[in-house]
Design a protein around this ligand. Structure first.
Ligand code: 13P
Ligand code: SF4
Length: 312
């Protein structure tokens, strides 16, 4: 029944009444980013979820992020505006197949990217995000074999950075691998003064041409600290909203996606399932709620805590 400013006010009112906190990833729509109590990348959001004293966490992101918040806060209610907001990386690693893969390397340390299900986290020794993947891998003794899952592009990037030989699970982010090399080359020709900055979920061929590679937050920091005035941004386009507010005088060009993508730039269809209406309903009805079974939550928490400990 509510629209525009009215809807925004109602969300803020409900938030107060229910002692709720709104956590949002940089890839959700701008109006949701603007209403969030905490806006961040995957690591920042996990840290914020760990710290909150709210009674209800409303996670404007995707399912694995809501699960992560629940793993850290078993006694709090965690709701997601749309339960269908999944992730191609989480989908790429089904529980049974991953268990069989892991069984082939019984002595390997398992490092999993936070973009995976709670079941995979429970089979993991230490979680990482794109912000700390290099640090996490470097923390593992050199004589240990390492399984890295589920993002093979991030894995290849980390292997190159650390010189470690990683056993990769071949998952990918549909959004980042959809960035078109051909169109990107054209964009670089048209904008010769622009630096190409890219997220490590992109394909190796894109990363090899990038002037800077980093997580969502690292890319945001880079445009603020670099002396350069123009950037081609090879990641999900939602981050441009925050970048534009941080550096309004600089030129930010979203990296072009392939034809099959419905928009000219890269957009995550799952992140975009979050809307202000669904956010309101999730808060009002306190649904849909994220649940994680204790036998999964306990080992998953151990792997998450191992990451949070070295990322302080
Ligand atoms: P970061 O938030 O770690 O940059 O990861 C990007 C992403 O794809 C989140 O789903
Ligand atoms: Fe998953 Fe990629 Fe969407 Fe992030 S951008 S939620 S990795 S599909």
């Amino acid at each position: 029944p509510f629209k525009g400013e009215d809807l925004k006010e109602q969300i803020l009112k409900l938030k107060k009444e229910k002692n709720a906190v709104i956590l949002a990833h940089y890839y959700v729509d701008a109006e949701i980013q603007d209403i969030a109590d905490y806006l961040g990348d995957s690591l920042g959001l996990a840290q914020a979820a760990e710290k909150t004293d709210a009674d209800m966490i409303v996670f404007c992101g995707v399912h694995f992020m809501g699960e992560t918040a629940k793993i850290l806060n078993p006694n709090k209610k965690v709701v997601l505006p749309d339960l269908n907001a999944g992730c191609s990386l989480a989908d790429a690693a089904p529980k049974e197949e991953f268990a069989a893969f892991k069984a082939k390397y019984p002595d390997a340390v398992v490092v999993s990217y936070i973009n995976c299900t709670a079941d995979i986290k429970a089979m993991t020794d230490i979680i990482c995000t794109s912000s700390n993947a290099v640090k996490v891998v470097e923390s593992i003794p050199a004589d240990k074999q390492i399984i890295f899952a589920p993002d093979a592009n991030l894995g290849r990037y980390v292997a190159k950075k650390t010189g470690r030989d990683l056993i990769l699970w071949e998952g990918a982010c549909i959004v980042h691998i959809d960035i078109s090399l051909e169109k990107l080359k054209k964009s670089k020709e048209e904008n010769p003064n622009a630096l190409l900055i890219a997220h490590p979920e992109c394909k190796e061929i894109i990363l090899s041409q990038a002037d800077f590679v980093g997580s969502t937050t690292a890319l945001l920091n880079f445009v603020q600290t670099s002396e350069c005035q123009e950037f081609i941004v090879a990641t999900e386009a939602g981050i441009l909203h925050k970048m534009k507010t941080a550096v309004p005088h600089k030129t930010l060009i979203p990296a072009p996606a392939n034809e099959k993508n419905s928009c000219a730039c890269s957009e995550c269809p799952y992140m975009k399932m979050n809307t202000m209406e669904k956010l309101y309903n999730a808060m009002f009805y306190e649904l849909p709620e994220i649940e994680v079974a204790e036998e999964v939550r306990i080992p998953a928490l151990k792997a998450l805590k191992a990451m949070l400990e070295i990322s302080k």
